[in-house]
Design a protein around this ligand. Structure first.
Ligand code: HEM
Length: 422
């Protein structure tokens, strides 16, 4: 949003701010931080009269919300959401999409959530993760070997996008021949979390869901004859012993592939862009790889990718003196919480050695990202390998941000040139 338009908004009474106009504005999507800062200065919790949604920008306030058992992820509690007769009548395709993907861990709470999450938790424990490092390194090296040098390339299409997709697919034993199709289905379905979704995109998501589910169903039949130790096998065991229904099994499987893909693409590409924009930090990391762990946390704090994390108030809930009525949708704006000056000193300063750095990019409470250790490991291996192989990585043009998504900020083009180590 232009500074004149922003000034106009903020000069209105706080209660009159039109939040949806702000968050769908292309200028805001391209660079939301100055606007978020000004809105945060007006208070940590805001109510948007037009949509009936609460927005939370304060770190402590949203941390409290995410951990509360009264603030749930099951959107059927949202009294003006997709699960109402009016919505079903006005938007049957949207309704079919949301109701069809309801039975999965991210949409359930309490015992149902734990039942599904526990099926997968063992795969992300430290011991299992260390077994995955070799596979991630192999995929990374394969891509790095093929990266052209001495000419401009798009880092995203050449590296940041294919790596997480292949890693996820390997974890599910999905062959490489399926990469293009899975990538397409995944890109169509992930839009479901976005308020800017068009009718055509809803139809595409619906069709992709049908194809993806059918593919996974077929894979389950094949894998059952030859059981192993992949995420797919864990899911099959849970299906066969009655822990999960067939629908829960399929929806959780496809959601995990999708959840682990685009988010990591954004982390890899934003991370590299941040280093290119801050060459002194790039040098610091090149010279001392002990900074890698804190650097990854700072990439995530500075550019969280996922801008919004939702919760629904199951009963009236008080936060920072505001009572959120039962049945209301609450959106945590992570671009703001991660730069809250009450939590992070000098929050607009990018510092790869920042510690502590309890950024909220992976969410919190019972739904905290199950794949966080995997995303961190992939980023660590990817950046270590890039720095080892390429003594020079330069920006080769102006990067472009995606402007058609509200909930997920990410680059679509990051032009770079590389020089390979002799
Ligand atoms: C940089 C990469 C990633 C980011 C930023 C990210 C972010 C998130 C966020 C914000 C949540 C919701 C947390 C909440 O509501 O409190 C979440 C949940 C989830 N993520 Fe990730 N994620 C990433 C990578 C992954 C990967 C690699 C996987 C794959 C295994 C994955 C699988 C999931 C699943 C299954 C959930 C649902 C957990 C639950 O409801 O209990 N994510 N993630």
């Amino acid at each position: 949003m232009s500074s004149a338009a922003l000034k106009q908004y903020l000069s209105q009474k706080r209660e009159e701010i039109d939040w949806w106009s702000i968050i769908t504005d292309p200028d805001f999507i391209e660079y939301p931080y100055p606007t978020l800062k000004q809105l945060q200065q007006l208070g940590p919790v805001h109510f948007d009269k037009k949509s009936g949604v609460y927005f939370i920008l304060g770190y402590n306030e949203f941390s409290q919300v995410m951990k509360s058992p009264e603030m749930v992820r099951d959107t059927r509690y949202w009294t003006s959401g997709w699960n109402t007769p009016e919505y079903q009548k006005n938007d049957p395709v949207g309704y079919a999409l949301f109701s069809g993907t309801q039975p999965q861990m991210i949409n359930c709470d309490g015992a149902d959530h734990a039942r599904m999450r526990n099926v997968y938790t063992p795969a992300f424990r430290a011991r299992m993760m260390s077994n995955l490092h070799e596979m991630i390194q192999e995929e990374t090296s394969r891509l790095i070997e093929k990266l052209p040098t001495g000419k401009s390339i798009n880092f995203i299409s050449e590296f940041a996008a294919p790596l997480p997709l292949r890693v996820m697919c390997n974890m599910f034993d999905i062959p490489k021949s399926m990469d293009v199709e899975i990538g397409r289905w995944s890109a169509a379905i992930i839009r479901m979390a976005d308020v800017m979704m068009t009718d055509e995109q809803k139809r595409e998501a619906r069709d992709s869901l049908i194809h993806f589910k059918a593919y996974l169903k077929e894979q389950i039949l094949i894998r059952r004859k030859n059981p192993g130790d992949t995420l797919m096998d864990m899911a099959i065991r849970a299906l066969d012993d009655g822990t999960m229904s067939e629908d829960e099994t399929l929806i959780n499987l496809l959601s995990m592939v999708i959840a682990g893909h685009e988010t990591t693409v954004s982390l890899l590409s934003s991370g590299l862009y941040l280093l290119l924009k801050n060459p002194e930090e790039m040098i610091k990391l090149r010279n001392d790889r002990d900074h890698m762990k804190t650097a990854i946390e700072e990439f995530m704090r500075f550019e969280p990718g996922g801008n919004m994390i939702l919760r629904i108030a199951k009963s009236d809930y008080e936060v920072a003196g505001t009572t959120i009525p039962a049945g209301t949708l609450v959106m945590g704006l992570i671009g703001a919480t991660n730069r809250d000056p009450n939590k992070f000193p000098n929050p607009d300063h990018f510092d790869i050695t920042r510690s502590p750095n309890a950024q909220l990019t992976f969410g919190g409470g019972p739904h905290v990202c199950i794949g966080a250790s995997l995303a961190r490991a992939e980023t660590d291996i990817a950046f270590s390998s890039l720095l080892d192989n390429f003594p020079s990585i330069e920006l080769a043009g102006t990067p472009e941000w995606r402007l058609d998504r509200v909930n997920a900020r990410g680059l679509k083009n990051l032009p770079i040139t590389l020089e390979r180590k002799l």
